[in-house]
Design a protein around this ligand. Structure first.
Ligand SMILES: NC(=O)c1ccc[n+]([C@@H]2O[C@H](COP(=O)([O-])OP(=O)(O)OC[C@H]3O[C@@H](n4cnc5c(N)ncnc54)[C@H](OP(=O)(O)O)[C@@H]3O)[C@@H](O)[C@H]2O)c1
Length: 373
């Protein structure tokens, strides 16, 4: 039996979010299982959402003590029906991570002492039990921090490119493009000669992406944003967009700019717009509120949701393996994640640190190292 601590998120029936460190007891691994000592797990936006749910974070308050810290926040009554199925159930948090195999079942002996990446969930923990088949050995010399984020953002980026090809498009528009994921997408598009229009919202982000080699970067805060977007899309021929903001007008602005770029300046009035298929996938919820469509883009358009796990399910095993291999081959280049701060499990429950990663700002990525005190 291996014992350790793990971070749990609980929503109570009276509308309180409770984040705490709880003891966990892991049985000895079965023949095809291993126990991994977790040494690095990134704090992705999805982990933040799973941790907090719809809690009102302006009500965040500390409870417990320094040995056993607890964070509390209030969940608005109106949001309780949306979380009814998780009420009263402490949930483990942490999508992906990496560490060292410290115990192995009979058939998994070869992994003993290996540094591996894994994503069984619940990675904000000192130890995790996992199937050996779900562990990806890291290349020689790669640290756990190097391998902690080999699944979510890298595979999403490669999934975007696969989706673009499968659906017959030849260029991409990407919003919130200075994100960790956006920088990876830029590197992949540069390497694979895929035309890419990057949408950001600050001049510093324009500079950052240009510094990485981006040709087309438009700033949604500029007064000429819509005209700039049409120009950039016209130069790339992009007809597929990926938008992690979700709320607001951006998805519609992408479609409108694609349609405008496709319409020749001397064309006669087209009542129904062009017949060229245009599609935007919403893949995140960085911006709250409804998605607003100002329909200035004819009738050959689609908006859908895109989720890595759904993409992986409908992708064949050989493609999945080749995408994962590319991530491993380019682990410290294309798919390198940089972290501004490494924190312990206890520090995740420090209100100041919690508020800092809640900001999800460009370049402000946190890594959790459960081996730290
Ligand atoms: N669907 C999927 O399968 C899937 C998979 C992986 C990731 N994702 C999503 O991908 C997104 C990026 O993830 P990441 O790990 O790369 O994040 P990250 O590195 O933390 O970056 C977040 C970026 O979003 C920008 N941003 C935040 N709020 C914004 C808003 N309201 N409007 C426009 N930009 C905003 C930030 O810019 P500022 O500095 O200007 O705030 C920052 O550049 C997240 O939404 C995540 O949930 C989805």
């Amino acid at each position: 039996m291996t014992t350790g601590l793990e971070l749990k998120s609980l929503i109570t029936a009276d509308g309180i979010l409770r984040l705490s460190l709880e003891p966990s007891e892991l049985p000895d691994p079965a023949a095809d299982e291993v126990i991994v000592r977790i040494e690095a797990a990134p704090l992705n936006p999805t982990d933040h959402y799973q941790m907090t749910g719809p809690a009102d974070l302006s009500t965040l308050r500390q409870d417990g003590n320094s040995d056993s810290p607890v964070l509390l926040a209030t969940v608005p009554q109106a949001a309780m029906p949306f979380v009814a199925r998780r009420v009263g159930q402490p949930r483990p948090i942490g999508t992906e991570g990496a560490g060292t195999v410290v115990a192995a079942g009979r058939e998994a002996d070869h992994l003993m002492g290996q540094r591996v990446a894994l994503r069984p969930g619940g990675m904000f923990a000192q130890y995790r039990l996992a199937k050996a088949a779900d562990c990806v050995p890291l290349p020689e010399g790669a640290s756990s921090a190097d391998g902690a984020a080999i699944f979510v953002n890298p595979l999403t980026v490669l999934g975007f490119v696969e989706t673009m090809k499968t659906e017959g498009h030849t260029g991409l528009v990407h919003a919130a493009a200075a994100s960790n994921l956006g920088q990876m997408l830029l590197k992949v598009c540069l390497a694979d000669n895929i035309p890419l229009v990057n949408i950001v919202r600050k001049p510093s982000q324009v500079e950052l992406l240009r510094g990485l080699g981006a040709t087309h970067v438009v700033n949604s805060a500029d007064p000429d944003f819509e005209a700039d977007l049409v120009r950039a899309i016209a130069e790339t021929g992009a007809t597929m967009g990926f938008d992690p903001t979700g709320g607001g007008r951006l998805a519609g602005q992408m479609l409108a700019a694609m349609e405008a770029a496709l319409t020749p300046p001397d064309a006669e009035h087209m009542v129904y717009g062009t017949d060229v298929p245009k599609r935007v996938y919403i893949y995140g919820g960085l911006e709250g509120g409804p998605t607003v469509l100002d329909r200035r883009f004819g009738f050959a358009w689609d908006i859908g949701g895109w989720l890595l796990f759904n993409f992986m399910k409908r992708t064949d095993a050989a493609t999945r393996a080749s995408l994962q291999q590319r991530v491993l081959d380019e682990l410290t280049t294309t798919f390198a994640s940089s972290y501004t701060r490494v924190v312990s499990l206890r520090q995740v429950l420090d209100p100041d640190i919690f508020r800092a990663f809640q900001a999800r700002a460009t370049g402000e990525k946190f890594l959790v190292d459960p081996t730290l005190d």
